[in-house]
Design a protein around this ligand. Sequence first.
Ligand SMILES: [Zn+2]
Length: 472
Amino acid sequence: MLKIFNVLKNSKEIFKTFFYKKVFIYVCGITVYDFCHLGHGRTFIVFDMIIRYLKYLGYKVKYIRNITDIDDKIIKKSFKNNENFFCLVDRIIKSMKDDFYNLNILLPDVEPRVTHNIKIIIKFIMKLLDLKNAYISKNGDIMFSISSFKSYGKLSKQILSNLIKKNNNINFLNKKKSKDFVLWKLINKKDKKYKNNISWKSPWGNGRPGWHIECSALSYKYCGKVFDIHGGGLDLLFPHHENERSQSSCFLDNKKYVKYWIHSGLLIFKNCKMSKSLKNFYSLKQAILNYDSDTIRYFFLSIHYRKPLIYTKYSLRKSRLSMERLYYSLLNTKTNNCITEESTMFEKKFMSAMNNDFNTPKAISILFDISKRINIEKKNNVINSNILSTKLIFLGKILGFFYLSCDDFFKKQKIRILKNIISISKIEILIDIRNFSRKNKNWGKSDNIRKKFNSIGILLEDNYNKTFWKIK
Ligand SMILES: [Zn+2]
């Protein structure tokens, strides 16, 4: 039975969906003003793993991930780059999609863009105004009144009165309370600062939506009044998710509209959260260029999704070595879908780890247990080694691993490392020459070739009547 840590309740709960065997999951997507970094990679690989596991359990999953394509940061960036706003947005969306494809991240069922959904956002705001949860501020912006929602702060475990008291000495021109937030921001076209600015007509004048309202409106549009899981990175808990919950709860007459709130932990780099705004990020493109999808995924899933994950320059190298061990055990095995007591036992252990709030470190340790058994059985019982390797691939794929075939994995790894030293075809030719020399008992020549490989950091292994090579 699957248990999920629900941030709202601050406890692990048995997972029960609103509709039988159907899961609606909404995850806050990217604000498209710059390339994705490893922090984004962690968030979206975590939710990819969750969705894959729910599907394995037999749920029909509807996954919605929005794209924030209107935001101050995007506008600033387009000014800075002297780049057309829409060209910038399209370029970054394409880049994000390429990165996610290269990381074997499943496509969402719906990927709504905010700018395509302005009408429903305006309707949402109109109702909040009617309900007196929103007000028109002195400068004409529409604001949400946090004191109109009694349980404001409940999700992020903060007390409303404290939040209101905080920053109270600051003079907020357009707010009644310091933490009130904008739902609709008016754009004054005469203001030079907003020259060429993006805006839409609304009952309150030309303007654009605030950030938080988009997710309330989009989750309502695609998931309905109630849905099962709302996810995102931990950095979105406050204020974004707190504000989103307040808007939606008021709009839906205080109904509990989300059952489980899930947050993936932060990625820490140089003692800070990895973030574009802090300029301490490692882009996904760089990571994909230097490593492979499985290695990057391994790095994220080797720590429980709620814990902070520290990135160092050795992190991905270590992950690569671990993935190599798994792939290595699959070398020269064949598919065999037969079931044995042992293979069933491994699957049960894997499930029990995953059922415990998606405990991927434990689930990965089961993959290594299988891999060890395959290595032993390769020498004793080839059929059993094939059965176990088939199970290893099956379970690994639930976590999104084994994107590549074994041969492709090693080939890609080696190409990356050796691209500046020696070509793969040259290595293969030299191995053929060495094997020919050995066959003809020309030991001097075969030894020289081995030494040559050794000098550039390549180890040869003669196994299963074949010669394999790996990086030292
Ligand atoms: Zn959101």
